[in-house]
Design a protein around this ligand. Sequence first.
Ligand SMILES: NC(=O)c1ccc[n+]([C@@H]2O[C@H](COP(=O)([O-])OP(=O)(O)OC[C@H]3O[C@@H](n4cnc5c(N)ncnc54)[C@H](O)[C@@H]3O)[C@@H](O)[C@H]2O)c1
Length: 461
Amino acid sequence: MKKIAVIGLGYVGLPLAALCAKKGFSVVGLESRREVVDVLASGDSHIKDAAVERLLAEANSSGNFYPTAVIEEIAGCEIFLICVSTPVDGDREPNLQPLIGALESISPYVKRGDLIVIESTVFPGTCEQIVLPILEQGTGMKAGTDFQLAHCPERVNLGDLFWTTENIPRVVGAITESGARQAAEFYASILGGQLFDVREIRKNLRPKFALVPDGYSVKQIPLGSVTMMRSIRDAEAVKAMENTVRDVNIAFVNELAKISDVLDLDVVDIIDGMATKPFGKGPFFPGVGVGGHCIAVDPEWLKTASKKAGYMPEIIQLSRMTNNGMPGYTVSLLQDALNDRGYPVKGTRVALLGVAYKRNVDDLRESPFYGVRELLEKKGAVLAVYDSWVESENTVSSLVSALSGAKAILIVTDHDDVVSELHEQDLRKHGIEVVIDGRNCLDAERVINQGVLYRGIGRRS
Ligand SMILES: NC(=O)c1ccc[n+]([C@@H]2O[C@H](COP(=O)([O-])OP(=O)(O)OC[C@H]3O[C@@H](n4cnc5c(N)ncnc54)[C@H](O)[C@@H]3O)[C@@H](O)[C@H]2O)c1
């Protein structure tokens, strides 16, 4: 079995390394954070996610997974999977430093015939214009002939128990056709799915309903399949654009929520109604804001690449502004609701529930929590912050302490455990008079029936 190096053991690299080990490859996981390596070496996961923990346990029992912070350990590897972060900097511009650093550090270990795959999300053109020259200079070899360079963007949906590293369909592109095939065959071997050429998808596989003699069938892209794109740029663009499509659609439903507010509609009912139409995409849902390392970041990369190439995509810019404005919108709902009940924001205790950017994960990156907290602190609210998945920002240690003495609740993250513990009938007992449901996760009627002022994002109240 081939020896694989996975560079960066974060949310993406750890489950990928574990999957490769489970499938029988000998895997060296290179991670620059020593504390992470220590946790992994002891057999534990530093990532709180049921799917990741399960895969890691399987990798550990296979005996094929070796986490390390020592670069020399990657010597002899034949496949290099780069999974370092690709964030944006303070000006929302792409920060390529982690990627460049990883490429420079692996270059001395790349040999003739090896395969290097970038899994990190990058803007179209990055692999050819930035990655390739660094690798050619560092290795002294020619990409495409001496070694292969491919891109296989990760699509894993953290916190999702169904769509995991083990089954999410992938796309692959490379700088040569033989490189694309080599990479695609490798991914098909770990995912166990079918291999497709992108030219087949439109004709045969794009999800669609079809009439068959005894009714209808739905064609689906099979689980764990790998689709070869025509180029490495196309593979880069698939990822950047699919996340941008999502961001723009979320921005749009956030607009629908605001429209629903002024037209006295309940946007959740409307979206549920729209979701019954069996074709078209979605549903997407409005909320307190878009976070995470993908949807809040990838559109910025795409926008920058497009702007540099001469076209400013206004709709991406507008969507980012809309989604970045949602924490402010949510805080204004709280301010108005408290005002209705005769309380100023200043000096009023507010239970701020949730720090993570989405439910049932411990990932804080780009979380709307930060915008909400900053605005409420500026206005002088007294905050009781509680997240059941991640403790770093908590000011209280339980949901009950967060509610105690609070006049209002503002939900940033709808973690299942917190939502199920928030019993509507107990709200008044805790003295809660206002609930701002930033995730539209509560039963509005039941909250209102308790005499509590309920405001969701675009919900009739
Ligand atoms: N998080 C997700 O759900 C998700 C989903 C799909 C795609 N992605 C993309 O995957 C990439 C990785 O994201 P992530 O969430 O796993 O990031 P992460 O920050 O969780 O993990 C990256 C890891 O790489 C390590 N690292 C950085 N430079 C290194 C080096 N030179 N050598 C060894 N280790 C190094 C970091 O210490 C960190 O642990 C990003 O491009 C992201 O956009 C993420």
